[in-house]
Design a protein around this ligand. Structure first.
Ligand code: GLC
Ligand code: GLC
Length: 637
């Protein structure tokens, strides 16, 4: 539409009215949340007004395509029978580093055909922002939220990528790294210059008095890199809070200006066409003396405030929580008013636990009362991501089934770093804490599943089991409700890449062992091409089942055991039928009778599904069901 002066004015006025309407709809929330954080400040309303100014500016520039997406998503959300996109069985996700998977943003756009051919329609790319050279935690030390790293392209490229993805019905997820910035961010530079507007953007202390008091109750995240949570900055002559690497400075949300600035950065990203914001390290964003400074009640207030801001300006954007903390704390971030999507570290960690112990008891026990979520929410399920694996189960769950939590974590670390006798895994320890003995593990899905060891030993029996084990783990995430996310390269069984130790930029962080370049991963001469093909065909088959059987849209997922602790049943009940995925985590074939598999339901004759989308043979209720070693069988009732 060509606007002349008078209809341009009318158009703007209409936009303004729409903004006021959206603000009005959410104002009481915004107001009360804001007061919870800043109500004790005399200048609180002035800051709130400024925050609203930031929302209005972002609203003004949101483009019409994105506004249409907002309108459509809001409409769909209000329909009673429609599932939101992240609950549909047709949604399948992947994640990658742009440089390591494709090169840069433009070449990533050329890989969209490939992603589609695998069935992927949701992609999380690691932070592509400007960051310090070398010391950047794989991009998680952001120097500017509005600039892309030179070698990856430009903001326009990012916008083009999201546009092409939208045209294909795909969604783009990007990190919102809001707990910290890099120490090269303009705000940090200004703080170093003692610019009064920015001195209060970070937690800066003139001496060790308060840092010592805080540290008495803090956990250390990267103890191999530095002890404690503060670093001395000689330019400032003071101690700066830094939970993660020394060059990542925690933002001070006690200062309302920080909230306003970060809301501005978040909406800037939303307006570039990002569909999902991954709230990085959200658990750490509020601090109070004498506490662990993780998962504090005000973190929830803060996340809700960000959510209200998104709801007003860019409601089609979803939040994904990255809380790798105690499973009960993970759940607290997942709700309509906070994050509708969340990483599921419990399913991830305990799936590895189950294949190591050949026993699903702890997995099932832990998921029993923790898998259901509020109706509008969904898990993001994964077998591994770009980070380490930490054994985040509840100690109480473990004790209830007679497992000593400390000894068990120790066993798992030894098992997955390849030192436990008889282990199949090849992993690398991560961040051993000399004080607590705590440790986590790194490795690709294939190496942790045993493929690397089997290939090295040239043992076909071990290899067969390892391939099945890796596929079985993927079956868990594909057949449970939620968005399954594949680490790109794992579809070909990429192995650990030990060359990170030779590069000074990566040598001190063993997570690089499981972040190989896609090209080398698919042409690695350690892996014969038949093995790669077995894995990608096996995965394609699992994806085909997920897409073809309507029960995988079911509202919930139940996990249960049968008398045999090596067998787990994943049940998806939808209307008249239910799908039972019977999984065997042991290295031997197992037989169970169907009546045991169906748990509490009345057992009728069932159908054995052996081909995606094809009805299967009928089986009788009392019949024994054979589950091959490290495999799954689908039964419809
Ligand atoms: C998250 C990221 C991780 C990073 C940390 C600090 O946990 O996934 O890679 O090291 O945040 O930003
Ligand atoms: C996360 C976690 C920690 C994880 C780290 C990144 O936020 O709390 O367990 O390992 O940051 O690797």
């Amino acid at each position: 539409m060509v606007l002349n002066r008078s209809n341009k004015r009318r158009y703007n006025v209409q936009r303004e009215i729409r903004f006021v309407e959206r603000l009005g709809e959410h104002y009481s929330d915004l107001h009360s949340l804001y007061l919870e954080l800043y109500g004790d400040r005399p200048d609180c309303y002035r800051f709130l007004e400024e925050l609203i100014g930031t929302l209005a500016e972002a609203w003004e520039v949101r483009n019409s395509d994105l506004r249409e997406r907002d309108a459509r998503d809001l409409f769909e959300r209000n329909q009673r029978d429609g599932l939101p996109w992240f609950q549909r069985r047709t949604t399948i996700g992947a994640m990658c580093y742009i440089d390591r998977f494709a090169g840069d943003l433009r070449s990533l756009e050329h890989k969209l055909d490939y992603l589609e051919s695998v069935g992927i329609n949701y992609l999380h790319v690691m932070p592509p922002f400007k960051c310090p050279n070398g010391r950047n935690d794989g991009g998680y030390a952001v120097s500017s939220y509005r600039e892309i790293r030179d070698d990856l392209g430009t903001m326009d490229d990012l916008e083009r990528l999201s546009h092409s993805m939208h045209e294909r019905g795909m969604r783009l997820a990007l990190d919102f790294v809001f707990n910290h910035t890099s120490d090269e961010h303009e705000w940090a530079r200004s703080a170093k210059r003692k610019d009064p507007r920015y001195l209060n953007h970070y937690y800066i202390f003139p001496n060790r008095r308060l840092p010592d008091r805080y540290e008495a109750t803090l956990r250390e995240i990267f103890p191999e890199e530095k002890r404690g949570s503060f670093v001395y900055c000689s330019e400032i002559h003071g101690w700066v809070w830094s939970t993660f690497h020394r060059y990542q400075w925690d933002l001070n949300y006690g200062n309302p200006k920080v909230l306003e600035d970060m809301v501005g950065e978040m909406l800037y990203l939303a307006n570039r066409g990002v569909d999902v914001l991954r709230l990085d390290a959200l658990a750490f964003t509020w601090k109070e003396l004498g506490t662990s400074c993780e998962n504090l009640p005000k973190v929830h207030t803060l996340v809700r405030l960000f959510r209200v801001a998104i709801e007003i300006v860019a409601p089609s954007v979803e939040f994904k929580s990255e809380a790798i903390v105690h499973p009960d704390d993970v759940l607290r971030y997942i709700e309509e008013r906070e994050c509708r999507m969340s990483y599921n570290p419990l399913l991830m960690a305990l799936s590895w636990e189950a294949v190591a112990t050949r026993d699903v008891s702890l997995l099932v026990r832990s998921l029993e009362h923790r898998y259901s979520l509020p109706v509008s929410c969904a898990w993001v399920n994964y077998i591994r991501c770009h980070d380490d694996i930490g054994w985040t189960f509840s100690d109480d769950d473990a004790r209830e089934i007679g497992v000593d939590p400390f000894a068990h974590r120790n066993f798992l670390n030894r098992f997955y770093s390849g030192v436990f006798p008889g282990t199949f895994a090849r992993g690398v320890p991560f961040q051993l804490n000399p004080t607590t003995g705590d440790c986590r593990v790194c490795g690709t899905a294939a190496s942790l599943s045993g493929i690397e060891q089997a290939l090295e030993r040239d043992d076909p029996g071990l290899l067969e089991n390892a391939i099945r084990r890796m596929l079985l783990l993927h079956a868990f995430i594909m057949f449970a409700r939620g968005v399954p996310v594949l680490y790109l390269g794992d579809e070909y069984g990429q192995l650990n890449d030990y060359s990170y130790t030779e590069n000074p930029k990566t040598a001190d962080d063993s997570r690089w062992v499981h972040r190989p370049c896609f090209e080398t991963a698919i042409s690695d001469d350690r892996t014969p091409s038949e093995v790669r093909k077995r894995i990608s065909d096996g995965l394609a088959r699992i994806i085909a089942f997920r897409k073809s059987e309507s029960e995988f849209d079911a509202e919930d997922t139940h996990f249960h055991t049968v008398a045999n602790p090596g067998i787990m049943v994943i049940r998806r009940h939808a209307g008249a039928t239910s799908m039972h995925v019977v999984c065997n985590v042991t290295d031997s074939p197992m037989a169970v009778t169907l009546s045991r598999v169906v748990d509490s339901e009345e057992c009728t004759d069932a159908e054995l599904i052996t081909e995606p989308g094809v009805s299967g043979a009928k089986i009788k209720c009392g019949a024994p069901l054979e589950i091959p070693a490290l495999d799954y069988v689908l039964v419809r009732l």
